[in-house]
Unconditional design. Structure first.
Length: 89
């Protein structure tokens, strides 16, 4: 009896995974060609962008473990997705 959230995370890449990876690669190569460094490609508000690497290490990042992870089963736990971003953090 496998949980769907676990299967989705551990399955083969789907079309969306491949599209995003390809677009990230294209953006990264474009930045290199332009001589831009110190940036990370990202999705923000559903749009492709690039951000300073300093944003990755600045501030406190918190994940609500109780909301998103079943520590007893070592699996993701997705209770409610309404109003949450497509990529759940």
């Amino acid at each position: 009896n496998q949980k769907v959230a676990y299967l989705m995370r551990s399955g083969a890449p789907d079309a969306l995974d491949l599209m995003i990876a390809t677009n990230f690669a294209g953006l990264a190569v474009g930045l290199i060609k332009e001589g831009v460094s110190g940036r990370m490609v990202a999705l923000r508000d559903g749009k492709y962008t690039h951000i300073p690497m300093s944003m990755v290490t600045s501030g406190i990042k918190r994940v609500d473990v109780d909301e998103f992870y079943d520590v007893d089963e070592y699996r993701p736990r997705i209770r409610q997705v309404l109003g949450k971003p497509m990529f759940l953090y």
